[in-house]
Design a binder for this molecule. Structure first.
Ligand code: URA
Length: 494
């Protein structure tokens, strides 16, 4: 009997190396005893040897159908102690029956598929239930986040790339009892040792509670499905979990209230919003004199229904002493989560254009026409939707205040939505691009394309051409803003 001791924390290669050696030496599954080594290197069981045994090479090279590898890589992440033996049995049998994996009724195949399904489900739960909490002290301008999660299996390494894609622009650590993953903007690292839960809360907990309260639809309440989807151990670590019993208890009354509201025509909320579209939320000028105070006020904006679905208000950023303001359309998926404008794919391309045009991102004030992310949920994805005229009109109040407080010499409208928000005119962008347009205030308006236009162009040559024109536009706008500022400083007529 060959005893093989593996660490067994979801690392496929340790099983593969041992299995190859055993199969090459012609050791049948019945002659193998697979064990899990304890963290200090001792075995859970007496008399076994750590590591794979030294074996003679006697047999022919191994072959497996392509479907075996992904199946084995997944099954290895399960916590079921017999998984290594099961996989070795499959590997052994596949040498004489290449089509074994197509026999769904075979008991080894069925078991492997069931284990793989459990692992995939656990991975999916991790993508849904990880909740980041902000850690004090950004490093190099990057915010840092921590999450504690308790998976059932060893899924941290295989699921971490999802979080790298989704949260590329922040540093994060996901600690679990089954290992830790971390991302610093360049490297995705794993540590197989059990992590620790510091168990602290932070202000993002409130954000999650607000988000959960806004998306909770009492009319679609299915308690059994919720319990199946979100077992207790996930609840423990969810900031919004303590709201759930109250929401369930109030669901019936909320549905009645919703039904009553739906019968009103027009809905009171919309009517009130329309009435106040050019005034503050309370119908009076807010007492704000600084951009910081305005940002603070915008945090709680409920002027249009977009706030219900968005994670947070994404307000403008940058110096208030700048001669140039740049206005995009609305935050996207990344911006909504990060709370900053232009940090997603359009933001990345925009930064390269700014750099090429010789404009430092932090030398301009950067904002959007609409401050909340508008999207359609589609499965796990949130598909960007253009804001409509009413939404832009409601949000114009904030934009106008930003222009008033920053007092830029030139405002660059990035795309047609920004142009409409700033001028009130619905025009195709190619009719106005590159024009310098006087406004009623001291500020000039300069329309150009939105950076995401470049991402949508299918033709490579056209994309390069449009990008070069965009760089030229930005360079020109910056020069213009500087000239206008110099003229103003010198007291000359604009
Ligand atoms: N597109 C925009 O218009 N603004 C952003 O902040 C991001 C993408």
């Amino acid at each position: 009997m060959q005893t093989i001791a593996l660490e067994g924390r979801g690392d496929f290669s340790e099983w593969r190396d041992a299995a190859r050696a055993l199969a090459a030496a012609g050791v049948s599954p019945g002659e193998t005893d697979w064990r899990i080594a304890s963290p200090d290197g001792e075995l859970f069981g007496a008399g076994a040897l750590p590591g794979s045994p030294p074996l003679e090479k006697t047999a022919r090279p191994l072959t497996v159908p392509p479907a075996f590898l992904p199946l084995a890589e997944t099954v290895v992440c399960h916590t079921e102690p017999s998984r290594f033996h099961l996989l070795y049995t499959l590997l052994w049998r596949l040498q004489s029956d290449r089509f074994l994996l197509e026999l769904d009724a075979d008991k080894d195949v069925a078991l492997a598929r069931r284990l793989a399904k459990n692992v995939n489900r656990d991975s999916h739960k991790m993508t849904a239930f990880v909740r980041f909490k902000e850690m004090a002290g950004a490093i190099g301008g990057r915010r840092r986040f921590f999450a504690w999660f308790e998976p059932s299996h060893f899924v941290v390494a295989r699921t971490a790339p999802f979080f790298r894609r989704r949260f590329a622009d922040m540093d994060w650590i996901i600690a679990t009892p089954n290992g830790t993953a971390s991302w610093d903007g360049d490297n995705l690292l794993f540590d197989n040792r059990p992590g620790e839960n510091p168990g602290h809360g932070d202000p993002t907990d409130d954000l999650w509670r607000t988000y959960y309260t806004s998306i909770f639809n009492p009319a679609r309440l299915k308690v059994k499905a919720m319990q199946a989807e979100m077992p207790k151990k996930y609840w423990r670590n969810l900031p919004e979990a303590d709201l759930i019993p109250g929401m369930i208890a109030n669901a019936e009354a909320s549905v009645r209230a919703m039904a009553e509201q739906a019968a009103k025509d027009p809905p009171t909320f919309h009517y009130r919003v329309r009435q106040t579209s050019n005034a503050s939320p309370r119908g009076e000028p807010p007492p704000v004199q600084t951009i910081e105070a305005l940002r603070e006020e915008a945090r709680g904006c409920t002027r249009c229904p977009l706030h219900c679905m968005a994670t947070q208000t994404v307000f403008g950023e940058g110096p208030t002493s700048t001669p140039m303001m740049m206005v995009g359309e609305q935050p996207g998926d990344h911006e909504d989560l990060a709370g900053r404008p232009f940090v997603g794919p359009a933001g990345k391309i925009f930064e390269t254009v700014l750099e090429e045009a010789g404009v430092a991102r932090d030398a301009v004030y950067l904002t959007n026409a609409v401050k909340h992310f508008k999207y359609q949920p589609r499965g796990k994805r949130r598909i960007h939707e253009r804001p409509n005229r009413g939404e832009i009109d409601h949000c114009r109040w904030w934009l106008a205040k930003e222009v008033e407080l920053v007092k830029p010499r030139l405002v660059v409208a990035l795309g047609a939505t920004a142009f409409y928000a700033l001028s009130g005119e619905r025009k195709r962008l190619d009719q106005v691009r590159g024009e310098v347009i006087a406004t009623q205030s001291d500020t000039m308006l300069y329309p150009t394309i939105h950076p995401s236009y470049l991402l949508r162009l299918p033709d490579e040559a056209e994309r390069r051409r449009q990008r070069a024109l965009f760089v030229e536009d930005i360079r020109h706008a910056w020069q213009l803003a500087a000239d206008l500022e110099a003229r103003q400083q010198g007291g000359g007529a604009p």
